[in-house]
Design a protein around this ligand. Structure first.
Ligand SMILES: O=P(O)(O)OC[C@H]1O[C@H](OP(=O)(O)OP(=O)(O)O)[C@H](O)[C@@H]1O
Length: 229
């Protein structure tokens, strides 16, 4: 009998090790997959606690999460911050969302552009409020950037953005100055398929890529000019 072993990537999330299955996206790419809805109650407790603890000093008044997998994150973080209401940005166009505020998004897992929708009835919850935006993963940064645009269009003041995982570094340029608002509890690299095997792209392994490069450059020994003989 042939037993196929699932390849996994060991990620550190809020200080604990989590084995994530590596799933092939296409002939060239694979991802380490975090399905937050399959991780159980204690995992939700841990990430909710860690994100709330990180942002509490910034006194968020409302938490915003993006459907689908950002929903449990928004609920857990709101619970830990002691905030009763939260706002979910939706992806499925529903009858009652016909006049919603809309932003286009193309996330790492989607092949076609999607729409992120903010129900106009939630606008008063955001207007003039200190808003924390959360999601499960930030990869290309497209979803988080669209969420931030929606919150600001609704008159909210974004005080922070939290995620369980950052994936690669593309999100830094997608978010621009807002990248400084983002706090991730863990980081995963991007994977290339090489000869049928997923291989972590070395440029995306460290979670502090930019800072690390500057650090290494500063420490690099100066090249000496060849001395005249
Ligand atoms: O940084 P990005 O490239 O935008 O990727 C991150 C987004 O991708 C996933 O959502 P997805 O679109 O798969 O929808 P889902 O939550 O409904 O699974 C995830 O939940 C984030 O919202």
């Amino acid at each position: 009998m042939h037993l196929e072993t699932v390849r996994t990537h060991e990620a550190k999330i809020a200080g604990a090790s989590v084995a994530l299955p590596i799933v092939q996206l296409d002939a060239r790419k694979a991802i380490a997959l975090l399905m937050v809805i399959d991780m159980g109650i204690r995992f939700g407790d841990r990430v909710g606690e860690a994100l709330a603890a990180h942002f509490a000093a910034l006194r968020p008044e409302i938490v915003v999460g993006s459907a689908t997998l950002g929903i449990p994150v928004a609920i857990e973080v709101s619970r830990r911050l002691g905030i009763d209401h939260y706002v979910i940005l939706q992806k499925s166009p529903k009858f009652h969302l016909a006049d919603a505020l809309v932003e286009e998004v193309r996330s790492v897992t989607s092949t076609a552009p999607q729409r992120l929708l903010l129900d106009r009835r939630s606008v008063p919850l955001l207007q003039g409020r200190r808003v924390l935006v959360v999601d499960d993963v930030v990869a290309t940064g497209s979803s988080m950037a669209a969420a931030l645009r929606l919150v600001r269009r609704a008159g909210g003041c974004v005080i922070g953005a939290g995620t369980i995982l950052t994936e690669g570094h593309a999100w830094r340029s997608a978010l621009g100055e807002d990248a400084a608002l983002l706090h991730g509890l863990g980081h995963i690299p991007q994977f290339d398929m090489i000869e049928g095997e997923p291989v972590a792209d070395p440029a995306t392994v460290a979670d502090a890529f930019v800072e690390r490069r500057i650090f290494l450059k500063a420490r690099a020994p100066q090249t000496r000019k060849p001395s005249a003989a």
